[in-house]
Every structure is written in C-alpha cells, then in structure tokens.
Design a protein around this ligand. Structure first.
Ligand SMILES: Nc1ncnc2c1ncn2[C@@H]1O[C@H](COP(=O)(O)OP(=O)(O)OP(=O)(O)O)[C@@H](O)[C@H]1O
Length: 254
C-alpha cells in the first residue's frame, strides 16, 4: 500500500499570459519506510513538488494522499494538525529562532503542542545525544557552526518522531564531513525507526544515500533510479543520469 501518492499533480504560477507550469501532471507513489530523493536541473520543479507533498503549498489540480488520507479535502486547521503530528521538515536555511537557545529551538514543536515537561526533557536528551548536541544545548544558534545548526534543525524535525521527513537541500550549507554525518544519521533513522524520508537535492553525493531517485525535468517525470549495489556505484549512476538530463549541476558553468 502506498504511503505517499501523488495523483496527476499540477502547479501553475502567475496568471494570464505569464503562466509558468512548475509541475505539469505528476503521478507516483512512495512506500512507507522508503528513502527517496528528488533530483533534476535548476527550475525543474523539485522544491515546488516537495512543498506540495509536504502540504506547505496547494496544487492547482491533482491530489496528494498520505497514509490514505486525501489532503485535498482537509480544512486548514486539520492540515496544520496533520503536519504538526506526522511530518518533519528540514530546510537549507535551518529557520532557527535566534532569540532562543539550541535546546529551546529543538523542543519548540513539543512546547507548541503543550507536551508535558518531563516528556519534553526525555525527548530532548535522546535526540541531542543521537545528534551530538548535548554540550551545545545552552548556546545560541549564532554561537555554533553551520553544521551544528543543521543538526539542531534536524533534531527539531525529529523530536516529534514524525513518520515522514521532508528535507529540501539539507546538505546545501554543510562541508563534506558535516554533510556525511547528517546523511548517516538520516540513514540510521530510516533503517531503525522506518521513518519515510523524501529529500530534494542537486548533489549526487547526497543522493547516493537514498534508495531511489525520482528525476524530474520541466515539471514532468524524466527517469527513476533504484540503488541496487554499493553507494559508490549508485553515485556513478546518478552522475550519469545528471549528464543525460542536462543542467544537472546548478553552477556547472562556473
Ligand atoms: N512563487 C513562484 N512564483 C512564480 N514562479 C515560481 C514560483 N516558485 C517557483 N516558480 C517557478 O516554478 C519553476 C519550478 O521552480 P522550483 O523552485 O520548484 O524549481 P527547482 O527545481 O527547485 O529549482 P532549483 O534547483 O533552482 O531550486 C521555475 O520555473 C520557477 O521559476
């Protein structure tokens, strides 16, 4: 049974003669516990697609179902509750609140949900230990490195133990060591907790940690790759597909 189902999704921006088709009619499914990447050239519609699946944006037409719940028919309040209880988000620019400590940022989703304090403290200890943040809990976000900030954002996304985690270019601001650590952590929660992960990336190294990559171009499905052998072999397959699809790297002209 599909965990995420996109049914003929379309998203147009603008109006009149200035209409842009960001997503042109996409249908696919993702199973529970999959670790899936979305790739494609700049402007292909990757972020738009992620935002539609993550309920952060509404399609012009088509439907998104998550765990057999058709999100098209949920009210704004029901959608907000669904998002809060079941989804986690990691974005490239972290969105940490500068006036709060690392700990306050991490526990924010539980604080907003009025979770009992003892439960918040236990959850914070667990997630901080896993992500190596225990010694940084009293720091302010601007006192820690970018890699550490990204791990804080990851901890905040994970503290509610979401079934489904969305990440948009999660390694975009990280050096290769911090990126590797984050990807190993995502792999671990995918394998241990069976968290379904959907991430957008233009980076073949990041993509090589996924089990399956959906390539889109001009808002349409272009190809799909499944990891069958080693991560190194998958990395090479991703590079080859990027060459085929064209414009695979954002900054390949520089
Ligand atoms: N808010 C918006 N208003 C108008 N057009 C938009 C808007 N957001 C995205 N677009 C257009 O929709 C198309 C898809 O954009 P999107 O950001 O989803 O692509 P992407 O594949 O994530 O690109 P990138 O890799 O550069 O981030 C592009 O042509 C973009 O210019």
């Amino acid at each position: 049974m599909a965990f995420i189902e996109a049914r003929n999704l379309r998203k147009l921006y603008g109006r009149g003669g200035n209409l842009v088709t960001a997503i042109g009619g996409l249908s696919f499914t993702i199973e529970a516990g999959e670790f899936v990447g979305i790739m494609g050239p700049s402007g292909a519609g990757k972020s738009t697609l992620l935002n539609l699946l993550a309920t952060l944006d509404q399609p012009t037409s088509g439907e998104v179902l998550i765990d057999q719940e058709n999100l098209t028919y949920l009210s704004k309040a029901a959608l907000a509750k669904f998002r809060r209880q079941r989804l986690g988000f990691i974005f490239q620019d972290f969105n940490l609140l500068p006036g709060l400590t690392v700990e306050e940022n991490i526990v924010l989703p539980l604080t907003l949900a009025h979770t009992p304090l003892a439960q918040i403290q236990t959850a914070c200890q667990t997630v901080s230990r896993i992500l190596g943040l225990t010694d940084l809990l009293t720091a302010a976000p601007d006192e820690i490195s970018l890699g550490q900030q990204q791990r804080v954002a990851c901890a905040r996304a994970m503290i509610t133990q979401p079934q489904l985690l969305f990440a948009d270019e999660p390694t975009g601001s990280l050096d290769s060591q911090a990126a590797t650590e984050l990807l190993q952590y995502l792999t671990a929660i995918n394998q241990r907790e069976h968290t379904t992960i959907l991430l957008v990336t233009h980076d073949a190294f990041t993509a090589s940690f996924c089990q399956r990559i959906i390539f889109i171009k001009d808002g349409m499905l272009f190809a799909e790759l499944r990891r069958q052998k080693t991560r190194a072999a998958f990395f090479q397959q991703v590079i080859d597909m990027q060459a085929t699809i064209g414009g695979g790297q954002k900054y390949d002209l520089f």
